[in-house]
Design a protein around this ligand. Structure first.
Ligand code: BDP
Length: 327
């Protein structure tokens, strides 16, 4: 498995550095990741680990456990609260279940483009979003790209919002996803990422929604027939460390961790961009019909009820206004 390879590399680096600099007390850090080892998020996390190990001269040895080996996302979020894991990449909208203000990045169609999204999360709003994670024992160090999520189905194509109504659509286990699918009248069915493939295969669900790289990494394109590019959600993903770990770091180490995270995000965003294109090609090549949505406005209009449900306190409203004001 890939992470053992890079773990070995990190340990060897640490050993080599110790030989030069004298013995170092290495602290192992456990990282949670939902994706397979060659996914852009996974490669970004590996980079983060390598840079931290290298630049702290092996005093910190982060290793990432891929493919939800340390549990599903909900369990991982929980483990962060008691330092069972030290770092992770979490879908920002899913974090809304533990830090309500984060729901704002999971509002349907909240970002106008990828550029707008990164201008928001890389700027002062991103810093404030990170502060909101403190009660969940997390600090966000950088943000990864996760493209845009769109619906896909096995039997009945989705061309208009009305086509979603009544379909049993899998969504991740978090309020923003349920509210978004329900706003279109779907029978929203929360379930863990790993369970979606067999559920599509056996007809337990009629469809799901995700970005092209995830459709391909989970082989959903082998069982679906239609992919509707409505792009209802564009949710950034946060590279987080526990607040416990963060607070224990010297200022110098904090800078190393932050720079490593930002550099890993630069790599991840570049890989993401490439993967988005190859993934869509693979989906087409598998014979899936791609349904372009020339006018997304009917989908946007249908999201009113999701906004009403998700904007539960004035703070989220302030965040929303601030996001809209960013260019
Ligand atoms: C992927 C996201 C991941 C989600 C997953 C899902 O990167 O954070 O957990 O979708 O649908 O695209 O569960």
């Amino acid at each position: 498995m890939k992470h053992f390879g890079s773990l070995t590399k990190i340990l060897l680096t640490a050993a080599a550095l110790a030989a030069v600099a004298g013995p170092v007390e290495a602290r192992d850090l456990r990282g949670w990741n939902v994706h397979v080892p060659d996914y852009p998020v996974s490669l970004g996390m590996e980079k983060f680990g390598e840079l931290v190990a290298e630049r702290t001269n092996g005093r910190f040895v982060p290793s990432t456990f891929h493919s939800a080996e340390l549990g599903n996302q909900q369990q991982a979020v929980e483990q962060m609260t008691f330092d069972g894991i030290d770092f992770a990449v979490f879908n920002g909208g899913q974090l809304g279940d533990v830090a309500p203000a984060l729901k704002v990045v999971g509002l349907p169609y909240v970002f106008r483009s990828t550029e707008h999204m990164f201008n928001v999360v890389d700027g002062e709003v991103g810093k404030r979003l990170s502060d909101e994670l403190a009660p969940a024992n997390m600090v966000a160090l950088a943000w990864y790209d996760a493209g845009a999520r769109s619906f896909y189905t096995v039997e009945k194509p989705i061309k208009t919002p009305a086509d979603v109504a009544g379909q049993k659509i899998r969504v991740p286990n978090a309020e923003i996803f349920v509210a978004t699918a329900e706003a279109l009248g779907a029978n929203a069915t929360p379930m863990a990422f790993a369970e979606v493939f067999p559920s599509l295969q056996t007809g337990v669900i009629d469809g799901a929604e995700n970005n092209p790289p995830s459709v391909v990494s989970t082989r959903h394109h082998e069982v679906i027939k239609y992919y509707t590019l409505d792009e209802h959600l564009r949710v950034p993903e946060a590279l987080v460390v526990t607040k416990t770990l963060w607070d224990s770091l010297s200022d110098e180490d904090k800078q190393i961790f932050r720079e490593a995270a930002v550099e890993s995000a630069e790599l991840q965003r570049k890989l993401w961009h490439e993967r988005e294109e190859t993934a869509l090609e693979a989906i087409k090549a598998a014979g899936v019909e791609i349904i372009e949505v020339a006018d997304k406005q009917p989908f946007v209009d249908a999201m009113d009820s999701a906004y009403k449900q998700l904007i539960t306190d004035p703070k989220i409203e302030v965040f929303l206004k601030d996001i809209q004001a960013v260019q």
